[in-house]
Design a protein around this ligand. Structure first.
Ligand code: ADP
Ligand code: ASP
Ligand code: MG
Length: 419
C-alpha cells in the first residue's frame, strides 16, 4: 500500500461537475489500495474574486483580514470534494490547513511553513479515510489564518508529501504536464517526460506558473518527486526529480512573465556604497528585486535599472522616490509595460553560443531587448509587454523546441559550439 498526495488546482475543481470527476479519480486511487491525501485549490477564479471584493471595501486591506478572507476559498472546495467522495461510498474528511497541522510564520500573504504536525492526518489516513486538505493556508504561531502566496496549494502538497513520506506528490492540473513553453502561447510546445529540479526551479522562477517556485525548492530539498499530470485524463504527465547520471537536454524550455515592472534611477552619483544605499530600503520593505543592471558611469554618474513584481509597484514607488532624493540622483521612472522572456537549460553552461542565437532570434523579429540577465542555466530578457508572446514563439521556433529533445546538432549552425 502506498501513500499518495494528490493536488488538484483551481480549474480542475472549477464547478460541481469537475468536483464530481475529481472525486471519482480520488476514489479510484484509494480503491487501488492506496492511502490518499488530497490537497485542493479554491474553485476557478475564487481567489481573484475574493481579492477584488477586498479591494472594493478597502484601499489597503489589513493583511490578517485578507488571509482570513482568502482562506475561505479553499474551504469551499475541500468541503464540496469531501461530500462528493462520500457520495461515492468512501469515507472522506475535509481539513483546513490548521486542522491538517500546517504551521507557518506570521507573514500574512506569503507565509512560510515552519512545521507540519501531521499526527491527525496520519491517524485519518491510517483508518482508511481519505483526507482532503485545504491548500494555500496554514495557521501561524500566533494562531491566525495565513496564506502561502499565489499558487500556494502546490506548496501545501509538497510539504505534506515530505512530512508524510509519501510515495509520490501528484500535481493534477489543466495541462498535460510541463511543456517547453506555455502551451497556451505556443501551440506546438512539447511535453517534457521529465525535468530536473534545477531547471524546473528556474522555469518556475522565470514565470512558468505550472508549479509554484517555492514548492519546487522544497521538493528538491526533501527529495520529493513531483508528478505533474492532467486532471482529466490518464496522460503520462511530467516527472520533476533528480536527474542524476542522466544526460540533461541543452535547453529545457522557455518561460515568460508579464507580471514584472521596471525601475530606472538615472544620474546616480557613482561612489562606493551607492548600490547599498539604493537597494537597502527596497530590501527592508521586503520587495523582490531582480535583474539589476548598473551602467558604466559617465562624468561620475551612472544609471541603475532593476525589475520588481508589478503587484509591488505601488509600494515601490514612494520608496524609489525617497532613494532618488537621498542619493541625489537626477531622476527615476517606473515602467509597468514590460515582461520577461527566459530560456532555461543545463547546456547553457557549456554552450555560450546559445546566448547569441537567442539575441539574434529577437533581433530578427524586431524585438528590442531592454535588460539582459543570466544565471548558469538561464538567460532572461526584458521586452515590451505587448511583445512577450511573439518573443516566446520566436525563440521556441529558433531552437526547434517543439520537435524533440534538443541535441547538439539541433542548435542552429551559426550558433554551434566551435570545437
Ligand atoms: P492550477 O490551477 O492547476 O494550479 P495553474 O494555472 O497554476 O494551474 O498552472 C497551470 C498553467 O500554467 C497552465 O494552464 C499553463 O497555461 C501555465 N504554464 C505556463 N508555463 C507552462 C509550461 N512550461 N508548461 C505547462 N504549463 C505552463
Ligand atoms: N487559490 C490560490 C491561488 O489562486 C492557491 C492556489 O491555487 O494554489 O493562488
Ligand atoms: Mg497553480
Amino acid at each position: 500500500m502506498a501513500l499518495i498526495v494528490q493536488k488538484y488546482g483551481g480549474t480542475s475543481v472549477g464547478d460541481a461537475g469537475r468536483i464530481r470527476a475529481v472525486a471519482r479519480r480520488v476514489v479510484d486511487t484509494a480503491e487501488r489500495g492506496n492511502q490518499v491525501c488530497v490537497v485542493v485549490s479554491a474553485m476557478g477564479h475564487t481567489t481573484d474574486e475574493l481579492l477584488g471584493l477586498a479591494a472594493s471595501v478597502a484601499r489597503l486591506p489589513h493583511p490578517r483580514e485578507l488571509d482570513m478572507l482568502l482562506s475561505a476559498g479553499e474551504r469551499i472546495s475541500m468541503a464540496l470534494l469531501a461530500m462528493a467522495v462520500n457520495e461515492l461510498g468512501r469515507e472522506a474528511v475535509s481539513l483546513t490547513g490548521a486542522q491538517a497541522g500546517v504551521v507557518t510564520d506570521t507573514r500574512h500573504g506569503s507565509a512560510r511553513i515552519v512545521d507540519i504536525r501531521a499526527q491527525r492526518l496520519r491517524d485519518t489516513l491510517g483508518r482508511g479515510v481519505i483526507a482532503i486538505v485545504a491548500g494555500f493556508q496554514g495557521v501561524s504561531s500566533e494562531e491566525d489564518e495565513t496564506t502561502l502566496g499565489r499558487g500556494g496549494s502546490d506548496m501545501t502538497a509538497v510539504a505534506l508529501a515530505a512530512a508524510l513520506g509519501a510515495a509520490a506528490c501528484e500535481i493534477h492540473t489543466d495541462v498535460e504536464g510541463v511543456f517547453t513553453a506555455d502551451p497556451r502561447i505556443v501551440p506546438d510546445a512539447r511535453r517534457l517526460r521529465s525535468i530536473a529540479y534545477d531547471e524546473m526551479l528556474e522555469l518556475a522562477a522565470s514565470g512558468a506558473q505550472v508549479l509554484m517556485t517555492r514548492s519546487v525548492e522544497v521538493a528538491r530539498a526533501h527529495g520529493v518527486p513531483l508528478h505533474v499530470r492532467p486532471s482529466w485524463s490518464e496522460g503520462e504527465g511530467t516527472w520533476v526529480r533528480e536527474e542524476k547520471g542522466m544526460e540533461r537536454p541543452i535547453i529545457s524550455g522557455i518561460a515568460h512573465d508579464r507580471s514584472v515592472a521596471k525601475v530606472v534611477i538615472w544620474g546616480v552619483p557613482d561612489r562606493p556604497g551607492i548600490a547599498a544605499r539604493v537597494f537597502r530600503p527596497l530590501a527592508e520593505a521586503g520587495l523582490n528585486i531582480d535583474m539589476i543592471v548598473q551602467n558604466v558611469s559617465a562624468e561620475g554618474r551612472t544609471d541603475i535599472s532593476f525589475t520588481v513584481p508589478s503587484a509591488d509597484l505601488a509600494r515601490a514607488d514612494p520608496i524609489v522616490a525617497g532613494i532618488r532624493e537621498a542619493v541625489g540622483a537626477e531622476g527615476a521612472v517606473t515602467d509597468d509595460d514590460i515582461g520577461t522572456v527566459s530560456l532555461v537549460g543545463a547546456g547553457l553552461r557549456t554552450h555560450p553560443e546559445v546566448n547569441a542565437e537567442l539575441f539574434a532570434a529577437l533581433a530578427d523579429a524586431g524585438i528590442n531587448i531592454e535588460i539582459i540577465s543570466t544565471s548558469p542555466i538561464r538567460i532572461s530578457c526584458v521586452v515590451r509587454r505587448a511583445e512577450v508572446d511573439r518573443a516566446v514563439r520566436q525563440i521556441h521556433d529558433r531552437f526547434a523546441l517543439g520537435e524533440e529533445s534538443i541535441r547538439e546538432e539541433m542548435i542552429p549552425p551559426s550558433a554551434r559550439f566551435a570545437s
